[in-house]
Design a protein. Sequence first.
Length: 525
Amino acid sequence: NRVATTSEASVAPNAIATFTFALRAPSTAGTYRLALHPVLDGVQHLEDEGVFVLVVSDAGVHSAWVSQSPYPTLQAGQVSTPLTIVFRNTGTQPWTKGVLGQEARLGINQDDAQWAPLAVNWLSANRVAAQSEVSVAPGGNATFTFQVRAPQVAGTYSLHLRPVIDGTAWMEDQGVFLNITVPLPAGTVPRLTATVVRSGLAIPWDLAFAPDGRMFVTERVGNILIYASAAPNAPQLANVFPVANVNASGESGLMSIELDPAFASNNLLYVCVSVNDSGQWLNQVLRYRMNGNSPVFDGYVIRLGMRANSNHDGCRIRFGPDGKLWVTMGDAGNTANGQNPNVLNGKVLRVNGDGSIPADNPVMPGAAARTAVYTMGNRNPQGLTFEPGTGRAIEVEHGDDTHDEINILRAGANYGYPVCRGPCGDPRFVDPAWSSGNVTLATSGADFARGVQWGAYDGSLFVATLKETDLRRFTLAGSVATQQNIFFNGTYGRLRTARQGPDGSLYLTTSNGSGDWVIRITPTQ
């Protein structure tokens, strides 16, 4: 019970004594607390100041996700074909099949046994498979192969999976999950179920999903939050503040986020953000290259020309099916911008991923040259998505005190603001596919619900509203959008973003100022 003596031969009053010692980690993995205080043997124990050493005994078992089978869509009660998930052994100990304390198994996180009815020849109610390989050395890959039986009720089900060596330790929770979709019978109207997956956020403006399941969420103050997945209990991997000189004033700040279509190979991430740049308040589109969970600045996509303001910033960015980066840009509070073809505000822009101008961009009427401008006469467009099948660009914007709009974008078209609000029948302008009439809803983010799990709602456009605090479903037929349903009115407050996730669910963000949420919307019977 004496770990060391002073290194110094003599320690005068008010001088410092050094105690140097070594210890051996316990054989059982875990965290141990060793409380210490000095003693003069034969005289007295000195003050107990709560000093302690934490000792972490690492069993040497670690893993990293490598790949997995596509998410299955199954009929009620159907058994899947064999599914696989591959993990790399990143620890120091080999994994040996059939040896307790050395065999790697794929477990359901937190030993959750509620998924036992889905088991098809699993090892147990919460162990779905063991490694296929006889031995997996450090640096090698282990394959876990298993089957599941689909639930009887239509919906999307998420199994949160994690490697474990029973009798030794759980490995890292990397947010790995398997989504099982049981579709509704054709034409069935689904019931929408809401689940809060993240809480306590500060105006989460937008979100995006990586191919490995990671969920990226922007907070308007300037943070990018990175989670291992969209599962409610997935760990937060990072909270980074990569953009210098963010100006988060009023409606401006760090707004939209988008991942490159080739993110799996190039790790490129894009943001639309309001900044102070050389004395100017600007909206900019910036590109970063992810190094693990750390974004490293990779260049300006659009640096100059987009004025920022405390309102009407737009700033939604999405890659289209054409491989181009589309940017919505508000009029920055200056109504004249919408009809000026030589400025970028009050427009929808279209650029290549490096910021260069596509050769098939239109030359706007009255413009001096071909620019990033794709459409004009847009007041404060905060929603942007693309129609399944047709690839048509769909833009959603705020009106002033009337006529929020849904617009179907056409190259070189003028949508009228501020000369024309809503449908005008003026041949100079394109009428909206839908407008709110003499009221405003503050329509914001929008996306299509795609997939058989949505039943009769498959292919519907869902639009989040801020002022009316609800989610609205629209159908598109030709050049007309028609409102069909209103969901969750007043339940979660101001809704900012609607975006479909990799599991087929819709994900919403709220903008209530504090205590905000990311919410998953799932269709069920």
